[in-house]
Design a protein around this ligand. Structure first.
Ligand code: SAM
Length: 317
């Protein structure tokens, strides 16, 4: 018995889309058939008893509520964009975090949602349509090709980077469709480690690009960057997140960009300081980043928040 996992009943989470419905009305409606409480950490997140299935609920179908997990919902909250800001979502589809950003911004300001794959752009469009968000512009293209000198990206104040990852923090059952080779008897360890290394290479590149164009060589001058080009106080906050449990995709990626980030006046900040699970102790400051546990918290996410230090030549806008 000692080695067996106890059957722990996990709550269900649902995020109220405040672009369409207020939280109290949602509680009233859902409370007619289920016990429902508010989450104590993530705003607009409702907690329901284990086993409740809301997939076919009319409020889910009409986009008033989204079946987004708590850990996943912590990402946009960590970025905390203000209404009226311009925000760039670098790897956006299917768009759960894009529309969460839109709700946090109360539909005011502008979100640029970038997505590489055409098929996934359609899913992104559908998510945005269902959410009722009207302040999202989709860019179908490679985030690495985004040129911060393009007027479209002028005045971006916050960047959310949730790049493709191994998905190792999400239950294997839900990822079955993404991992066909594993179920055909391939060597899981070798395949996983090769795939993770490839993903981490992209993640490092994408995060470095979000911080600065210097290494991507797509800018005319080395100095041009999201941070440098637009000068203080434009890009102020940047969140990097994955749904992976691997150090390679998480702490190692952050550690590799820290010198660049520091050179651009960025420092790691602490999203959700009250949350106990922090980064693996593999670099100084790893306690600032956040992890969620795939078993305890239902999804294994990683969140790092960079905040640009106020500069003396800041106009303070
Ligand atoms: N943030 C999304 C959400 O919460 O719904 C999930 C993002 S998913 C983890 C990563 C997305 O990035 C995928 O849709 C993938 O197609 C896209 N992607 C991968 N490489 C990209 C690139 N170079 N530029 C833009 N998007 C990319």
């Amino acid at each position: 018995l000692k080695n067996q996992n106890p059957v722990i009943s996990k709550p269900r989470y649902v995020r109220v889309n405040t672009l369409k419905m207020d939280v109290e009305s949602a509680i009233q409606e859902i409370g007619k058939t289920n016990k429902v409480t508010k989450d104590d950490m993530v705003p607009d997140m409702l907690v329901l008893p284990s086993g409740v299935d809301l997939h076919d609920h009319p409020l889910v179908k009409n986009g008033s509520m989204f079946l987004q997990g708590k850990a996943s919902s912590m990402v946009a909250v960590a970025l905390s964009p203000k209404p009226g800001w311009k925000v760039l979502d670098g790897c956006a589809a299917p768009g759960n975090k894009t529309i969460h950003l839109a709700a946090l911004m109360k539909g005011k300001g502008n979100i640029i949602a970038c997505e590489l794959h055409k098929e996934r752009v359609k899913v992104l469009e559908d998510t945005i349509r269902r959410s009722g968000a009207t302040n999202v512009d989709i860019v179908h293209g490679d985030f690495l090709d985004i040129d911060p000198k393009d007027p479209l990206f002028a005045k971006v104040r916050a960047i959310l980077l949730d790049p493709s990852c191994s998905g190792s923090g999400i239950s294997a059952k839900r990822l079955d469709h993404l991992l066909p080779s594993y179920s055909k008897g391939h060597d899981v360890d070798t395949a996983t480690s090769q795939r993770v290394k490839k993903l981490a290479a992209f993640q490092r590149k994408a995060l470095a690009h979000a911080l600065s164009c210097r290494n991507s060589c797509r800018c005319r001058e080395n100095i041009m960057s999201f941070l440098g080009h637009y000068a203080v106080p434009d890009v102020e906050r940047l969140v990097y997140s994955t749904c992976s449990i691997y150090q390679t995709e998480n702490e190692d990626v952050i550690k590799s960009v820290l010198p660049l980030a520091r050179s651009l006046n960025f420092e790691l900040a602490t999203p959700f300081p009250q949350w106990p699970r922090r980064g693996l102790p593999v670099f100084e400051g790893s306690e600032l980043v956040l992890r969620t546990d795939p078993t305890e918290d239902m999804e294994g996410f990683f969140i790092a928040l960079f905040v640009r230090k106020k500069s003396t030549n800041s106009s303070g806008k």
